[in-house]
Design a protein around this ligand. Structure first.
Ligand SMILES: C[S@@+](CC[C@H](N)C(=O)[O-])C[C@H]1O[C@@H](n2cnc3c(N)ncnc32)[C@H](O)[C@@H]1O
Length: 453
């Protein structure tokens, strides 16, 4: 019988970490999850929530610190919901991410023979985000607030720096905030659904110096736009695109369907591993470019290409993987559900003179079946789905297509493990490498190699 009560103050030792980075303490096998506590630490904590199968504790005091505990460098860290692991040394973050994959595949899954490599980390795990989506709001005294949301809320923490964003993004954010205040730009209120400015989205090229600024507004009329554009161009001579995106929906989706170019080019340009890409404002593009180059290289190495392969690149976005591989294979077929992304992929193929590519807009699960019916027999299938993983029918078609190799990139190892369990019928999961695309956060990205049995 569990005698733990809300507000109890307890002592305990942290024996494990959850995938959210919370410390785990146990009392008679009953787990208490304590955010910000690290493995091996002796802590004092207060029970703040009691459930049938677990409780939540609040860290009150660290009585014996882990050697992996560090001082979080960001002043907003304890309030902001953006990062979860700044109190943990970077080597410990990388080890935690590998451990999560080991847990899923070796302990819970049936993949004891699969090699799980160390997490590929960054030399400098800060200021890596090439895209920032910054919510805009008003403080009680009617000053413009821009920053990120408080943990598990939509309350904006006003900040002038974020250590995981590209350096230039905060400079843009601070100038824009001042302009919104000075020019009395109407600010959107999530509760009343009134007001104009909702978000500012900033994108930078990693190898190019392109800088794109997008104002996401609840309506078209943005009368201060000409003055704001003039001031931004003066402050940031490398601005290549200024856009307005109209989002009148009442949902949490940041961008709406309509975009207007207010200044400069329609798309931002960047390159990855010597392939050039034009990217529309709403197309998916990996946010950590330095790690993306490593991720793609690993995926291409796993495919062990000889030059004769037919490759399917499923969930291809703007064709970044397809075009990075195209010069090393016979033909690549890419499929993606977002029409703008496929238009980008087609334009990018022409831009890079990679003619052995075909891009189709559609659902991966439908298109792969069509390709099969057309007699396309792939040697390698690249798979890079969103967090929910693949549709079951997609996996079933893969099992009848039987390519020699499947290279599966995932931003959610739990759904990757679920899909791997289905592929096991005909495929051996040879190797998985976690790649740290999101340092300081609990997100884990992996690339896995499957070979036909
Ligand atoms: C994780 S991203 C990967 C994109 C690309 N491979 C890259 O590295 O930039 C997943 C992509 O899958 C697309 N997507 C989501 N569901 C899909 C589906 N059912 N069929 C095809 N594409 C889908 C999304 O629009 C997104 O571009």
């Amino acid at each position: 019988m569990n005698t733990i009560q809300k507000n109890d103050i307890k002592d305990g030792e942290v024996i494990d970490l959850t995938h959210e980075g919370h410390g785990v303490v146990k009392i008679d096998n009953y787990p208490i999850f304590v955010p910000n506590a690290l493995i091996d630490e002796k802590i004092e904590y207060k029970i703040i929530k009691v459930k049938k199968n677990f409780a939540i504790g609040k860290l009150m005091n660290v009585k014996q610190e882990s050697k992996e505990r560090i001082e979080p460098p960001c002043v907003y860290y304890t309030k902001c919901g953006g990062c979860q692991l700044q109190h943990m040394s970077y080597p410990a973050q990388l080890a935690m991410k590998k451990e999560q994959v080991v847990n899923l595949f070796h302990r819970k899954g049936d993949f004891k023979e699969t090699t799980i490599n160390d997490t590929v980390g960054m030399d400098n795990p800060w200021r890596y985000r090439n895209k920032s989506q910054i919510p805009v709001g008003l403080s009680h005294d009617k000053n413009v607030k821009m920053g990120f949301y408080r943990q598990r809320s939509h309350d904006i923490i006003d900040m002038d720096e974020c250590l995981i964003q590209d350096d230039q993004h905060q400079q843009v954010m601070n100038v824009v905030k001042q302009l919104f205040n000075d020019l009395k730009v109407s600010i959107y209120n999530e509760r009343s659904k009134q007001g104009l400015m909702r978000h500012v989205v900033i994108r930078t090229g990693y190898h190019s110096d392109d800088l794109m600024i997008i104002f996401v507004t609840n309506g078209k009329k943005f009368k201060q736009a000409p003055t704001i554009i003039e001031k931004l161009l003066k402050a940031f001579p490398n601005v290549t695109n200024i856009k307005q995106n109209i989002n009148k929906t009442h949902s949490n989706v940041i961008m709406g369907d309509e975009s207007i170019t207010l200044y400069g080019k329609d798309k931002i340009e960047d390159s990855l591993s010597e392939v050039t890409f034009k990217i529309s404002d709403r197309s998916f593009y990996q946010i950590n470019s330095a790690q993306t180059e490593k991720l793609y290289q690993l995926a291409i190495d796993y495919a062990q290409l000889s030059g004769d392969e037919i490759v399917l690149d499923t969930y291809c976005g703007i064709g970044t993987i397809s075009l990075s591989m195209a010069s090393q294979v016979k033909h690549v077929y890419g499929v993606e559900v977002v029409p703008e992304a496929i238009a980008d992929a087609q334009q990018n193929a022409t831009l890079n003179q990679l003619e052995n590519t075909t891009f189709v807009c559609g659902k991966a699960e439908d298109t792969i079946l069509k390709w099969q019916q057309e007699g396309i027999q792939p040697d390698v299938v690249m798979v890079d789905p969103p967090r929910k993983g693949c549709d079951e029918s997609f996996i079933q078609t893969l099992l009848t297509l039987t390519p020699q190799k499947i290279v599966y990139i995932s931003c959610n190892p739990a759904t990757q493990q679920r899909d791997a369990a289905m592929l096991q019928e005909k495929y051996k999961l040879i190797e998985i490498t976690p790649v740290d695309m999101f340092p300081q956060t609990t997100h884990v990205e992996t690339v896995a190699l499957f070979e036909l049995k």
